[in-house]
Design a protein. Structure first.
Length: 616
């Protein structure tokens, strides 16, 4: 039998067709079958070239940005990479929203309140300042006293409405702060007089400058002994914010949020500045707004917090925000009261969307529900395709668990920390994602096989088991079935309530220095089946113990749809009329909780103990 001569590939030989002489738009994640014809080449040309570069790809496999750029450079083509579906999105907007651009003539528009974003470094007193303005206590409800969600509030001062957006100061929430600056008219920059300008202060200044909005500086904590306002003014001048007292144009007010000093002067300056800006909006057109936050609420469904930017949003309006669509079922103002319509600059919670939109999405009213559904469905398909394209470019090798990450790095291997990430709201999900991606190094990559809002479920555990991933929950908890499935599949679940602790754990794992683990042992679960009002005691939960033992004095997590909404302890425990020390699974009981009255049927009371496990 005659032996065949082996085929040798010595060089890449491009086809003779001319390369397009104009810039070619190429979608990220394109396959060789899609890329080749756009550049007058075949899929085989792309595959052969990448093979010579050591990349084994098929004609139907999505390519990375580097692969696409490398091939384009080889044949001398000019390309512009765009996100999948970007062209289709532009076509959708032109078709359905093309005639709704803002008019230049604003003479007939109504005056609207200013939207004021409060920015600054972590722990410089932003939320406490808003507390004083609103005469409420928001800071006490945040884990560790750090704001981790955007809050939007409207206050009235001497007959003038002012809308405030409280943006988190922790560096993880850069993207949330950037969104805050994009919808705002005035930025209040809070700088602590004893601490001065810090990295996140500079970042906030840059966001405000990029958004081209005026900055009012509030020098806080001037009541402290080591306060040095002149040093702060000098530092601000170095950043281009020269105070009015020094001949510049930056309004500066010295305040003490703790002592309620200087608050009125600050508000007065904001009102005067708003009058100078002459802020107006058309209230007669179909409404448009920006999504600041969203979450999935049991009983109410998807809830989006938005700032109305133009038009009037009314109950019954068909709306679309990103891939979410629906009809406005209810509007809730910042005091928690239902309202019938929302005007420009008003912060409002919107109920009635098909799913929680992504923070930063534009919410728009459409002429009818079918248009909202068409636009939303098209965007959802695009997002699904983007996710699949990104997932297929990630290595399919098993991911490293958090606990053995350092061991893999020490062996000289490139470790991929594969994660399933769940969070309580979209803003947190985005912030945690960005924080973890910042930790990537040459020897450690982070890959997300699934990210979503809501409690940790059985399907999350199944995905993690199949991909060798660790599940990370931020302000959410696994339900009982998810815990049991995780134990049987040896899937690691880690839950956090403060973002920097989450980041510290991952960083510690990378250097092999994980601190002793505090293991939480769930001792019992009880489902709330009725709520009773008892004089002097308040609300008491009539419960059925579904698992383990509920004991008086136990530490408690109160879960609603898998999301932690309160932590405390069991203050009272009864079987019928008798006080008891504990109740076993399969029995009914009455449970009273310390300082918590918001009980609803279907909620879950989870009791637990903590013990320290040293690392080996």
């Amino acid at each position: 039998m005659e032996e065949l001569e082996p085929i040798q590939i010595t060089a890449y030989l491009p086809s003779s067709a001319p390369v397009p002489d104009h810039e070619v738009i190429v979608e990220r994640g394109s396959t060789p079958q899609q890329l080749g014809p756009r550049l007058n080449r075949s899929a085989g040309d792309v595959v052969r070239f990448l093979l010579l570069q050591g990349e084994m790809v098929t004609a139907t496999q999505p390519l990375t940005d580097d692969m696409i750029g490398l091939f384009a450079a080889e044949i001398g083509a000019q390309i512009r990479l765009v996100d999948p579906g970007e062209e289709q999105e532009a076509a959708l907007r032109a078709k359905f929203f093309g005639d709704e651009e803002l008019e230049d003539d604003e003479e007939d528009f109504q005056t609207r309140p200013p939207v004021i974003t409060v920015m600054g470094h972590v722990d410089h007193g932003k939320t406490l300042l808003l507390d004083r303005i609103r005469q409420s206590n928001v800071a006490a409800g945040e884990a560790g006293g750090i704001t981790q969600h955007i809050g939007a509030y409207q206050v009235e001062w001497h007959g003038q409405l002012l809308t405030f957006i409280d943006t988190p100061g922790h560096e993880a929430f850069t993207a949330m702060r950037a969104r805050g600056a994009s919808v705002t008219d005035i930025v209040v920059l809070v700088v602590a007089a004893d601490d001065g300008v810090m990295p996140q202060t500079v970042e906030a200044i840059n966001h405000a400058k990029a958004a081209k909005v005026p900055i009012v500086t509030a020098i806080n904590k001037i009541d402290r002994a080591d306060a040095d306002p002149n040093r702060v003014l000098q530092q601000l001048s170095e950043q281009g914010l020269v105070p009015e007292a020094w001949g510049g144009d930056t309004i500066t007010v010295e305040i003490s949020a703790l002592q309620s000093f200087g608050i009125d002067e600050l508000l007065e300056q904001l009102v005067v500045l708003a009058e100078v800006l002459e802020l107006r909006a058309d209230t007669e057109v179909e409404a448009r707004g920006a999504v600041l936050e969203s979450n999935l609420d049991i009983g109410r469904g998807p809830v989006a917090t938005i700032i109305v930017q133009r038009g009037t949003l009314r109950i019954g309006d068909p709306i679309v925000a990103g891939a979410a669509w629906g009809r406005v079922k209810a509007l809730i103002n910042d005091h928690g009261d239902p309202i019938k319509e929302a005007f420009p600059s008003m912060p409002v919670q919107v109920l009635g969307l098909s799913e929680p939109p992504i923070a930063g999405d534009e919410l728009r009213v459409t002429s009818d529900l079918s248009i909202a559904r068409t636009v939303g469905d098209a965007r959802e398909q695009r997002l699904r395709f983007t996710t699949l394209a990104q997932a297929s470019t990630v290595s399919t090798s098993p991911g490293a668990k958090l606990e053995n990450l350092f061991e893999q790095i020490r062996k000289g291997e490139t470790a991929t920390l594969t994660l399933v990430l769940k969070a309580d709201v979209q803003g947190s999900l985005e912030a945690v994602t960005q924080s973890l991606l910042k930790l990537e190094r040459d020897d450690v990559k982070v890959a997300f096989v699934h990210r979503a809002v809501g409690g940790i479920t059985e399907s999350d555990v199944t995905i993690a088991a199949a991909s060798g991933a660790t599940i990370i929950g931020f302000n959410v908890r696994p339900d009982r079935r998810a815990r049991e499935l995780a134990e049987s599949h040896k899937v690691e679940i880690r839950t956090y309530e403060i973002i920097y602790k989450l980041i510290e754990d991952v960083q510690a794992a990378m250097v092999g220095m994980l601190a002793p683990e505090i293991e939480e042992i769930v001792t019992g679960d009880a489902e709330v089946r009725a709520v009773f009002r008892v004089p002097k005691l308040g609300a008491v939960a009539g419960c059925y113990v579904t698992n383990g033992v509920i004991a008086r004095g136990s530490k408690v997590r109160f879960l609603r749809e898998g999301v932690v909404i309160w932590k405390g302890a069991v203050s009272s425990l009864r079987r019928f009329k008798d006080d008891v020390r504990e109740v076993q699974a399969g029995f009914e009981c009455g449970i009273g909780l310390t300082d918590f009255q918001d009980l609803k049927e279907g909620d879950v009371i989870e009791t637990y103990d903590e013990r320290e496990i040293p690392r080996t």
